[in-house]
Ligand binder design. Structure first.
Ligand SMILES: Nc1nc2c(ncn2[C@@H]2O[C@H](COP(=O)(O)OP(=O)(O)OP(=O)(O)O)[C@@H](O)[C@H]2O)c(=O)[nH]1
Length: 455
């Protein structure tokens, strides 16, 4: 049942209870009046009967009437005074103790006997006043009032409990709809707004909400400012990062490139060489290496000076790079010596490449001084189970042989027990192509270095 219905019911209850109480008193007084009238009529009738008796019987009869009055007063009708006077005012009968206190309620009745003699009868009832009524009907009145009071207290208790419950639950319901991201003051509920506790709580919460909204606005401003700052800082950082990346690239190129000739340096070549040996071993693909040494380079230095020697070295590197093209990885091995790694090149292909290189070098003319330099080249192909250093050693031996054989020549490194050439020659055509179809996984630095050399 809602609080609204309960409060209306309570109002009805108070109204009906008031009417019932008033009705009870009115009805009681009416009943008393009827009772008094009946008793009065009886007394009048008794006294008339007695007065019509012979004189000698009257006293006895009057005594018996008064005894009846006394008994009646004690047993039910609360008569407090009865007196009978003749026309001269002489009292024939008088019964009652505190006639003064009840004098206001004394009613008088006039009697006449058969002989026409006039008499005045006075009767007073002790319960005809409110105090007397309450005194004589103490228990019923007390019971009724207690019942009314208990009912009133019970109703009030239910109403108060339900009201507080309603206020609390209604308030919690209001709280649950607060949007903390966009706080707005809560509107008072039409019904709950009747309760002062609810209104007080609502006002407190609305104060908190307003302060939240203010804080939120302040936070939003701070946030905006911070975002702008972060954005600016990020832009600067990104710029710096790009610069660093570029510097890193340059550093990487510097670290991996020979400063004079701009081909790979020895350190980088060692890494690439080992990687390609590992790939070729794993995939059973051919891999060859050329070791290229300029002939009598000391003479160039001696005759034209060290600086011209440098220019010749740079030019020689470009010639080697041009011949190797994208097939090979070129590095300066040290001094006037270069290495060319040729992945997927078997010995005959490598030999052909070496021969072309040697011829190109022999025909090339360096600098204005028309310096001519030749090169000796040692060629080797990776054998089964061979390590990088073993392969290198064989190529170096071949180069040594080329020098010993008169320079400006290509020497192929064969192994007496090598299965390399044999195995590759034995490969079926299909197998060979298949081997070549395996894509090389080039090092990321390769294209960069190659491009540098070509430009
Ligand atoms: N200009 C210049 N010369 C260099 C450089 N590195 C090494 N050399 C010179 O290269 C020459 C190599 O001399 P050698 O080892 O005798 O070899 P070679 O004179 O070429 O004789 P063979 O190799 O036997 O044909 C030395 O004179 C070195 O000074 C360099 O970076 N720049």
């Amino acid at each position: 049942m809602s609080q609204f219905v309960l409060s209306k019911l309570f109002a009805c209850y108070v109204f009906v209870a008031g009417i019932a109480l008033a009705g009870f008193f009115l009805w009681s007084h009416q009943q008393l009046a009827l009772q008094h009238e009946k008793v009065t009529q009886q007394l009048e009738s008794y006294f008339l009967n007695v007065l019509e008796m012979p004189a000698e019987e009257q006293n006895i009869a009057l005594d018996s009437v008064m005894l009846g009055v006394e008994l009646s007063s004690k047993n039910g009708s609360p008569i407090s005074l009865v007196s009978l006077e003749n026309s001269e005012g002489a009292k024939l009968v008088y019964w009652g103790e505190n006639s003064d206190s009840v004098s206001a309620n004394i009613e008088s009745f006039y009697l006449a006997d058969k002989l026409g003699n006039q008499y005045q009868l006075h009767i007073s009832f002790s319960d005809s006043t409110l105090a007397g009524f309450v005194y004589h009907h103490f228990l019923p009145v007390l019971g009724l009032l207690s019942f009314q009071l208990a009912l009133l207290l019970l109703t009030l208790r239910i109403l108060i409990n339900r009201s507080l419950d309603g206020v609390f639950s209604g308030f919690m319901r209001e709280l649950s709809v607060i949007n903390l991201r966009h706080p707005e003051p809560l509107q008072a509920d039409a019904f709950l707004g009747q309760f002062a506790e609810y209104r007080q709580m609502l006002a407190s919460v609305n104060r908190v909400i307003l302060s939240l909204a203010r804080s939120r606005e302040e936070l939003s401003d701070i946030n905006e400012e911070l975002e702008t700052r972060i954005h600016d800082k990020t832009a600067v950082l990104e710029e710096r990062n790009e610069e660093l990346l570029e510097l890193n690239k340059q550093l990487s190129v510097i670290a991996n490139t020979d400063a004079l000739t701009q081909v790979y340096n020895r350190t980088r070549f060692d890494v690439l060489f080992k990687e390609h040996v590992a790939i070729a071993t794993r995939r059973h693909t051919p891999l060859s290496i050329l070791l290229v040494d300029l002939d009598d380079f000391k003479k160039v230095n001696d005759q034209h000076g060290h600086q011209v020697g440098d220019q010749v070295l740079k030019h020689a590197a470009r010639v080697i790079q041009h011949i190797a093209l994208e097939d090979g990885i070129v590095a300066r091995w040290g001094g006037e010596e270069f290495a060319v790694l040729l992945p997927y090149f078997d010995l005959s292909m490598a030999e052909e490449k070496a021969e072309r290189l040697r011829a190109e070098m022999a025909n090339a003319v360096f600098e204005q001084q028309a310096i001519k330099v030749t090169a000796s080249i040692g060629v080797a192909q990776l054998c089964m189970q061979e390590t990088a250093s073993q392969l290198l050693k064989r190529a170096d031996d071949a180069l040594y042989d080329a020098k010993g054989g008169g320079r400006n020549r290509v020497i192929i490194a064969y192994l007496e027990n090598s299965h390399t050439q044999l195995e590759i020659d034995d490969l079926q055509a299909g197998e060979f192509i298949e081997v070549f179809d395996v894509a090389l996984e080039p090092s990321q630095d390769e294209p960069e270095a190659s491009q540098k050399l070509l430009t």
